[in-house]
Design a binder for this molecule. Structure first.
Ligand SMILES: NC(=O)c1ccc[n+]([C@@H]2O[C@H](COP(=O)([O-])OP(=O)(O)OC[C@H]3O[C@@H](n4cnc5c(N)ncnc54)[C@H](O)[C@@H]3O)[C@@H](O)[C@H]2O)c1
Length: 257
């Protein structure tokens, strides 16, 4: 599908992988709506790329509807949804003091990462369904969701995060089947270790990142957000990519810790 001249909505577009994707798609002619909680960064990036920012909590129905309405209001046909909003969490099922994992923190991670992804996908897909098809095949649009390799081999203390990302992986095939009725493809990317603000900027963060890189096979470094954004564009542009879960990880396989 040609991205030029169409609109995209990107959750988490104010930072990291979502930001890089917003820049990539705008550079290839898309009008981008950034749906994110971070107003300052979101607005600044939207201004830079000629897009629109809408302050959005992806887990909130009304706020996501407002963001999708803003994408429709750009006057360009909404064709692309990229779910990149997400939060990390580290807590053991039973901690060293013998206390069980907090239920509230588990719910919060599921709410943002999994329910937030579903929420934007469903509301944006309903808007895409109202557009004219762009190909003889009846294509109308593409959804790209962001899970994690932690969905497949979560480490110690990643239970909530892995459950949320595993849910995104699990939704991929049924979502692609459901949305085929309206000409929408769905793919999910599972990133490994990509250098974004999610790891923070403290000296500890640098140490932590160096440790994470050790099991990467090749190239022996963290991934770059622009490499992720390139993959998103490939998944949008290649019409035969559908219902796929793609590892994007330099060959890393997580160890228990
Ligand atoms: N960076 C990595 O190594 C890595 C690896 C695997 C998966 N991921 C996933 O990729 C996605 C993007 O991660 P990133 O590294 O770019 O992180 P990031 O922290 O740089 O960006 C995440 C963005 O999501 C936004 N956000 C958080 N909660 C939100 C909510 N409720 N509603 C709307 N926006 C919200 C934040 O404001 C932020 O702008 C996440 O889902 C993350 O879990 C990242």
């Amino acid at each position: 599908m040609d991205v030029n001249g169409a609109a995209a909505i990107i959750s988490g577009g104010a930072s990291g992988l979502g930001e890089a994707t917003a820049r990539e798609l705008a550079a290839h002619g898309m009008t981008v709506v950034i749906a994110d909680l971070n107003e300052e960064r979101g607005k600044a990036i939207a201004d830079e790329i000629g897009g629109v920012f809408v302050k959005t909590d992806v887990s909130d129905e009304e706020q996501v509807q407002v963001a999708v309405d803003a994408a429709v209001a750009t006057g360009k046909p909404l064709r692309v949804v990229v779910n990149s909003a997400g939060i990390g969490w580290a807590e053991r099922t039973v901690n060293r003091e013998g206390q069980p994992h907090s239920l509230a923190s588990f719910r919060k991670v599921i709410d943002v990462n999994l329910i937030g992804t579903f929420n934007l996908m469903r509301i944006a897909a309903a808007a895409i369904a109202k557009t004219e098809p762009v190909s003889e095949d009846g294509h109308r649009g593409v959804v790209v969701n962001t899970a994690s390799v932690a969905a497949l081999e979560g480490q110690t203390g990643q239970l909530a995060y892995s459950a949320s990302k595993g849910g995104i992986v699990g939704m991929t095939v049924p979502a692609a089947r459901d949305l085929s009725a309206i000409g929408v493809r769905v793919n999910t990317i599972c990133p490994g270790i990509i250098d974004t603000p999610i790891y923070g900027f403290s000296p500890n963060a640098e140490e932590f990142k160096a440790k994470l890189v050790a099991p990467v096979v090749f190239p022996k470094r963290m991934g770059r957000p622009d490499e992720f954004a390139h993959l998103v564009r490939m998944l949008i542009e290649n019409d035969y990519m559908n219902a796929e879960v793609i590892r994007f990880d330099g060959g890393i396989r997580f160890q228990p810790k």
